[in-house]
Ligand binder design. Structure first.
Ligand SMILES: NC(=O)c1ccc[n+]([C@@H]2O[C@H](COP(=O)([O-])OP(=O)(O)OC[C@H]3O[C@@H](n4cnc5c(N)ncnc54)[C@H](O)[C@@H]3O)[C@@H](O)[C@H]2O)c1
Length: 432
């Protein structure tokens, strides 16, 4: 391996534990076409990186060394600054050089892995494709950041599977309706693993049928209650151990307990108010649980980044994590939905706050507000209610299909430029 490393880089810049183990039989397979292709791509990539490094170094020098850029109008003052500028620029350029060598090494080693079929050491370490590249401190080089290098596969999938392909996702409420449809769509778009969380055991059969049609084991059923903190932590730590950090979270599990805030009992003449215990239950499931599933993911990503020595997210890394909350058109208020509407409006505040906080760790956050969607939750309202109170106020005159919401959610995940709220309401315009 040392020889291979020297052939590649002319030096051994990495500590031993990051070097893949190669057995004698692997050496024999070095003559396979795949490996030669892979080796060729590695050499090209290393050469490209080297070229960029040289350019950035040169630009670094022109920025930090006044003699190159002609900065400083006062020659005496400029001369005084020279020793400090000299040592600053030496330091900055050396640091940039070190980090670029590290990136170069990782890129070439990861190009070897598919051909050799070897795993990097260390349990649970995500493959290089999942890891964002080490950021180059923006103060270190003068050049604007080079556009991220995209593999051929990535370029091909832009706009469809971008930010989903090879990612690990958690979807709650995956045993029915929108959560089930999102799980299907994530698998179709190339997710590496989708943890399908639901308190209903039906999620086991759903995961099995998704795996069968995908022809690979990608959906993993997790049965439990989303309000259970221990269960939530286990789901994330198991995922971390098996696949690496979860970077997509769609906490869709939700319930509705609809009733008027104040209802007159005609027999007793008394006013009955919405039961506070029911309100608490809806808040636990629809508001607190989704928020905690989302921030659990952010916490795992933050810890993983720290362990890898990466701090604040830098634009060069590309965005790596996404949360999409399930709001509702009812967040704007809906008769008979006091608790449900409050929880959905509350998620807007959570999304807006996490949008500001979580980007520190490279996580985007948004919220989708579906209109009435054809799932057991909406069907529970009854055909009569739907035809009198829903369809006339929906421009499409039909319920939205869960797949349509799943498609919109995957759009929010895929497109890094999308942030904030998305209304997918089929033209919902309720009466006052
Ligand atoms: N269907 C609609 O018209 C509509 C509209 C807007 C928003 N939404 C929201 O979309 C999300 C999904 O709704 P849906 O229509 O697919 O509902 P659904 O009832 O079909 O599915 C919800 C799933 O969540 C699971 N679940 C509920 N509480 C849970 C808990 N505590 N722990 C684990 N699992 C739990 C259920 O078992 C079920 O499988 C919900 O948050 C809902 O509020 C739905």
């Amino acid at each position: 391996m040392l020889q291979l490393q020297q052939l590649w880089f002319g030096h051994s810049a990495q500590p031993d534990e990051t070097i893949p183990r190669i057995q004698g039989k692997d050496i024999m397979s070095m003559y396979s076409t795949n490996l030669m292709d892979s080796a060729f791509r590695g050499v090209c990539k290393a050469a490209e990186n080297n070229m960029r490094l040289q350019q950035e170094l040169l630009m670094g020098w022109t920025r930090f060394w006044p003699g190159f850029s002609g900065r400083g109008s006062n020659p005496v003052e400029s001369a005084r600054q020279v020793p400090q500028l000299w040592s600053d620029s030496m330091f900055n350029v050396a640091r940039a050089q070190q980090e670029l060598f590290a990136q170069q090494f990782e890129a070439a080693v990861s190009s070897l892995e598919p051909a050799l079929g070897v795993a990097t050491e260390g349990n649970g370490t995500p493959p290089a494709a999942e890891q964002p590249s080490t950021p180059v401190p923006s103060s270190a080089v003068a050049a604007p950041p080079a556009p991220p290098q995209r593999s051929e596969e990535e370029q091909f999938t832009v706009g469809t599977a971008k930010n989903i392909s090879q990612k690990v996702a958690v979807v709650t409420g995956a045993g029915s309706g929108i959560g089930e449809a999102v799980s299907h769509e994530l698998v179709k778009r190339g997710a590496r693993a989708v943890l399908m969380v639901d308190r209903s055991e039906s999620v086991v059969d759903l995961a099995a049928s998704i795996n069968e049609s995908a022809g690979r084991t990608v959906a993993i059923a997790k049965i439990g209650d989303t309000t259970d903190e221990g269960f939530r932590k286990r789901v994330f730590s198991d995922a971390m151990e098996e696949f690496g950090p979860v970077t997509i979270c769609v906490p869709a599990a939700g319930i509705a307990r609809d009733s008027l805030a104040v209802r007159m009992n005609k027999e007793t003449g008394k006013a009955e108010v919405y039961p506070i215990e029911t309100f608490r239950q809806v808040t636990e499931v629809n508001l607190l649980a989704p928020i905690y599933w989302a921030i659990e993911m952010v916490a795992c990503i933050a810890e993983d980044r720290r362990q890898r020595g990466v701090g604040r997210w830098e634009p060069e890394e590309r965005v790596q994590g996404v949360i999409v909350f399930l709001g509702s058109v009812s967040s704007q208020g809906n008769k008979g939905q006091i608790s449900y509407a409050v929880t959905k409006a509350g998620l807007e505040g959570a999304a807006a706050t996490l949008q500001k906080e979580a980007i520190f760790h490279g996580v985007r956050c948004g919220i989708i507000h579906p209109g009435f969607t054809d799932t057991p939750m909406a069907r529970a309202l009854g055909d009569d209610y739907l035809s009198k109170n829903v369809l006339p106020y929906t421009q499409l005159r039909r319920l939205i299909r869960p797949e349509e919401i799943a498609d919109a959610i995957c759009f929010m995940i895929s497109n890094s430029a999308v942030s904030g709220e998305l209304w997918a309401d089929a033209g919902w315009h309720p009466p006052a």
